[in-house]
Design a protein around this ligand. Structure first.
Ligand SMILES: *[C@@H]1O[C@H](CO)[C@@H](O)[C@H](O)[C@H]1NC(C)=O
Ligand SMILES: *[C@@H]1O[C@H](CO)[C@@H](O)[C@H](O)[C@H]1NC(C)=O
Ligand SMILES: *[C@@H]1O[C@H](CO)[C@@H](O)[C@H](O)[C@H]1NC(C)=O
Ligand SMILES: *[C@@H]1O[C@H](CO)[C@@H](O)[C@H](O)[C@H]1NC(C)=O
Ligand SMILES: *[C@@H]1O[C@H](CO)[C@@H](O)[C@H](O)[C@H]1NC(C)=O
Ligand SMILES: *[C@@H]1O[C@H](CO)[C@@H](O)[C@H](O)[C@H]1NC(C)=O
Ligand SMILES: *[C@@H]1O[C@H](CO)[C@@H](O)[C@H](O)[C@H]1NC(C)=O
Ligand SMILES: *[C@@H]1O[C@H](CO)[C@@H](O)[C@H](O)[C@H]1NC(C)=O
Ligand SMILES: *[C@@H]1O[C@H](CO)[C@@H](O)[C@H](O)[C@H]1NC(C)=O
Ligand SMILES: *[C@@H]1O[C@H](CO)[C@@H](O)[C@H](O)[C@H]1NC(C)=O
Ligand SMILES: *[C@@H]1O[C@H](CO)[C@@H](O)[C@H](O)[C@H]1NC(C)=O
Ligand SMILES: *[C@@H]1O[C@H](CO)[C@@H](O)[C@H](O)[C@H]1NC(C)=O
Length: 771
């Protein structure tokens, strides 16, 4: 009934006021009554729109101060239904029209096109249907056009491209079809464009490369296809790109992270992007969301890029909250630095990642859902129930397999050869026989060993070596402190190692080699064979203990070596290897040089030990070398062994040079070659090489610098900056030696003689001014 009364009232009103004396505000009043007339207003929100109330006090109406014409109509969230009358086009002074959050249906009236002053148009979250009126393109002052969440159909009108003042354009959540018009490249002021959840298809227009102010482009859940125009990737103001759930293809440009420095969100999940993930993305300090799941992205996830292990320089990615790399073909180790980020969500599922998972940060509470479908990962927190992994071990297994296959074949060949060798009475083998050669050395009885080691008591146990246990003790005869290696003869190759070591050390004498004092080859009380080696005791343990202090042992004083100390140790070690290679009667290859085999006496003089794998180079008799090489015992230690050994090469001096190079780089960086950050593409060698020369200080072991500063503060009169500069020069030179020694191609490595000479000259140039 009220509805009809209203209508009658309106007619009367129009009749009485539509006279020649009609005032300017009458147009607005007529229009608003017409609008009210078509609106269903169950809560009587518009009851103030009546003749007893001045126009400018009507609910939602704002008038211009001078002309008293309606400039704003604010009806947001008034539970209004019905349709929006075409009379709205008569509110010709309107600047702002907001009817959002209602349930108004019908078409968007094309008469809105007559509102040339209109700047802000809010139609969102209603039930408008039909097509977008082309005449909206006449609202040439429009800055905001919000029309999301309606039932609009048809295409995006090309003509809207005329609205060059638009900053916000939102037609998300409608049922629009067709392509995004090229003319929208003319939205030269546009900041934000939302087209998500429609049925748009075709390409993102090349012309979008002109949207220089664009910050947000959100068009996910459509059917867009083709490549994103390369010019689009150059829009430096972009903060958000969300095109997930489309059919886009192509590669992401390498320089994405450089050209889009403001990027905060990149979401391209569920498309067909190929190529690799641009490493430059990982340089972005503001990146918070990275969704790239379900594409065909390959390549390894970058790591040398992350020199920033030194916390102060580690500023990139600090904002990253969401990282979804799932369902691609990404490979490489899961980067450990991820545990240092403030991530809230991580999904690495269904890729080809490998190696151990970190355990802290996001990994602490992550569910196995974040990692499924990566058959080569292991470790992580126990809750994930992934296979247990020991990084070096798993690598070793792979490596071992390859080695075994190659060595197996080689071994077979050699065995056949050897058979013919013996069969046809060629020269007798030269493998040294224990009895004939070790007589002088083997002087201790089982009984005295038992006594010295306190009955093999655990309090005397100081280490577990490759072939047995190492005990400390004091010799009865002269009170000398000794280390006794008791071989576990059940371990395959132990006897061979005993022989190798006795042989190697029997005739060698060098300040930087561990001295073998005596040995025992006898039977124990149960009549079992027993073998032990007795060495000088090294009071300061192994270089390994110093480079990688075990913080979990609170009683042990923290140990640090300064730069000079490390350099001297490097020279000690190089001298020892040089001696083995070049100054012995028969050249000896150590085969297992690594920090745990470098022992430091009470004056921190380095002694190379553990000759269990040593090889003699009978240069005239290659077969000897080959037979020993073809044993299935593992030659050397993962990380330190020369790459050519993996391909079945014979033990060689160049192999020792490689190990030395790695040890040197480890001494300077404090990083083991088996560190989680290495593997795959990046080795310790590459890591150092990439950082040279400018990044030398960034990759150097911080403990080295700390200690050096402490040492030199006490005793140097040389100004600090000169000392520091000298040290940096020295570090760079030493890195250079380490890099050359650890070249992949063995022919590019220096020989040990050159290495010693070079190290000494570096030392002389530094010590000359006592840094
Ligand atoms: C006109 O609006 C005023 C204010 O809302 C209201 O008090 C009055 O009852 C209305 N008059 C009519 C005829 O609806
Ligand atoms: C229309 O404007 C005239 C003056 O221009 C004013 O007297 C009149 O009250 C206004 N009408 C309404 C409904 O506000
Ligand atoms: C007001 O709008 C209606 C509907 O669009 C139109 O027919 C009429 O001519 C307009 N009146 C004026 C004075 O603009
Ligand atoms: C629409 O309504 C929702 C829920 O009441 C509210 O959160 C939102 O801010 C409203 N929209 C606008 C533009 O105010
Ligand atoms: C749409 O409007 C209704 C009614 O005000 C509100 O409850 C709802 O939250 C709004 N939705 C959005 C997305 O703004
Ligand atoms: C749309 O614009 C055209 C061209 O200016 C005009 O002729 C037509 O009347 C407009 N339609 C409406 C409904 O305003
Ligand atoms: C875009 O604007 C340019 C002028 O800036 C005009 O020449 C061109 O026709 C417009 N393109 C479209 C598709 O409207
Ligand atoms: C993008 O920017 C780069 C560097 O600024 C430039 O070399 C390249 O040509 C640009 N690409 C396009 C398509 O504009
Ligand atoms: C990361 O940023 C630095 C400094 O801005 C730049 O030198 C380096 O090339 C960038 N790295 C990548 C991969 O873009
Ligand atoms: C993991 O969960 C525990 C217990 O709910 C919580 O104390 C800890 O802060 C969480 N760690 C992270 C990295 O979210
Ligand atoms: C990660 O993505 C995979 C594949 O899309 C999905 O099955 C899994 O549930 C996701 N994990 C999480 C934690 O969301
Ligand atoms: C990992 O392997 C090394 C030698 O390969 C072994 O000494 C160490 O105990 C292993 N660690 C774990 C946790 O299995």
């Amino acid at each position: 009934m009220a509805y009809y009364l209203d209508k009658i009232f309106l007619l009367l009103f129009l009749f009485t006021l539509s006279t020649p004396s009609k005032s300017a505000n009458m147009t607005d009043i007529e229009a608003l009554f017409a609008i009210k007339n078509e609106i269903i207003d169950p809560f009587e929100s518009l009851s103030s729109w009546n003749e007893s109330v001045p126009l400018c006090q009507w609910r939602g109406v704002v008038c211009g101060t001078r002309n008293q014409r309606v400039i704003e109509l604010n009806l947001l969230d008034h539970k209004l239904a019905g349709v929006l009358s075409p009379f709205v086009g008569n509110l010709s002074f309107l600047i702002r029209l907001d009817v959002g959050n209602n349930t108004i249906s019908g078409n968007i009236p094309p008469e809105l096109g007559r509102l040339t002053r209109l700047r802000h148009l809010y139609l969102q979250n209603n039930s408008f249907y039909g097509e977008i009126p082309v005449n909206l393109s006449f609202c040439s002052n429009l800055v905001e056009l919000w029309a999301y969440k309606n039932n609009l159909v048809g295409v995006l009108p090309r003509e809207l491209g005329l609205l060059t003042k638009l900053k916000y354009f939102d037609f998300s959540y409608n049922k629009l079809i067709g392509e995004i018009p090229k003319s929208y490249g003319n939205f030269s002021s546009l900041l934000e464009m939302y087209l998500l959840d429609n049925d748009l298809e075709g390409k993102i227009p090349d012309e979008f490369g002109k949207l220089k102010s664009l910050e947000i482009f959100d068009a996910d859940f459509n059917r867009l296809s083709g490549r994103i125009p390369s010019s689009f990737y150059n829009l430096t103001s972009l903060k958000v790109i969300d095109v997930s759930f489309n059919q886009l293809e192509g590669t992401l440009p390498r320089d994405l992270g450089i050209n889009l420095p403001n990027l905060e969100c990149l979401s391209i999940s569920e498309n067909q992007f190929t190529g690799s993930l641009p490493y430059s993305l990982f340089n972005l300090t503001g990146l918070a969301y990275l969704y790239v799941g379900k594409n065909d992205l390959g390549g390894r996830v970058p790591r040398n890029l992350f020199r920033g292990i030194i916390p102060s320089t580690f500023s990139s990615l600090k904002s990253l909250q969401v990282l979804d790399l799932s369902q691609n073909k990404l490979s490489g180790m899961v980067p450990k630095y991820l545990e240092g980020l403030a991530l809230h969500f991580l999904n690495l599922s269904f890729n080809d990642f490998e190696g151990g998972l970190p355990q802290r940060g996001i990994f602490e509470n992550a569910s196995v859902d974040s990692f499924v479908g990566n058959s080569r990962i292991c470790g992580g927190v126990p809750g994930l129930k992934l296979p247990n992994c020991n990084f070096s071990h798993s690598k070793k297994m792979n490596f071992k397999l390859v080695t075994l296959v190659i060595l197996g074949i080689l071994g077979l060949v050699v065995m056949v050869c050897a058979f013919f060798f013996y069969r046809f009475g060629r020269s007798k083998r030269t493998i040294p026989s224990l009895d004939s050669n070790l007589n002088q050395l083997i002087a201790m009885s089982y009984q005295s060993i038992l006594k010295v080691t306190n009955g093999f008591s655990t309090s005397n146990l100081i280490g577990v070596g490759s072939y047995g246990y190492v005990y400390k003790g004091i010799l009865e005869t002269d009170g000398k402190h000794v280390a006794i290696k008791v071989l576990n003869l059940l371990q395959y190759g132990a006897i061979k190692s005993f022989i190798a070591e006795c042989e190697a050390l029997r005739n060698v004498r060098h300040r930087n080699l561990v001295k073998l004092l005596t040995a025992c080859s006898c039977v124990d009380y149960r009549g079992n064979e027993f073998k032990a080696l007795v060495y000088e005791f090294m009071a300061n343990g192994s270089l390994e203990d110093w480079l990688h202090p075990d913080n979990s042992r609170p009683n042990v004083q923290p140990r640090r070596l300064g730069f000079l100390q490390r350099m001297i140790i490097a020279i000690d070690v190089a001298s020892a290897i040089h001696y083995l290679h070049n100054d012995c009667q028969i050249s000896i290859v150590h085969c297992d040089l690594k920090p745990s085999n470098i022992l430091l006496d009470n004056e921190l003089v380095a002694h190379v030990g553990d000759f269990g794998l040593a090889r003699f180079l009978h240069l005239t008799d290659e077969a000897t070398c080959r037979i020993q090489t073809s044993s299935s015992t593992f030659k050397g230690s993962i990380g330190y062994i020369a790459p050519e050994y993996g391909m079945g090469s014979e033990a060689s001096m160049q192999g020792d040079v490689y190990s030395f190079g790695i040890v040197l780089l480890e001494m300077l960086t404090g990083k083991r070659p088996t560190d989680d950050m290495f593997g795959g593409d990046l080795s310790l060698h590459d890591f150092v090489r990439n950082a040279m020369p400018d990044g030398a200080l960034e990759i150097v072991d911080p403990l080295l610098i700390l200690e050096e500063e402490e040492i030199s503060r006490e005793r140097s009169q040389i100004p600090r900056f000169i000392r520091r500069q000298k040290m940096v020069e020295g570090i760079i030179s030493l890195f250079g030696v380490g890099i050359v020694c650890s070249m992949y191609d063995s022919s590019k490595r220096k020989n040990m003689k050159e290495v010693v000479r070079e190290l000494c000259s570096i030392r002389d140039s530094l010590v000359g001014c006592t840094i």
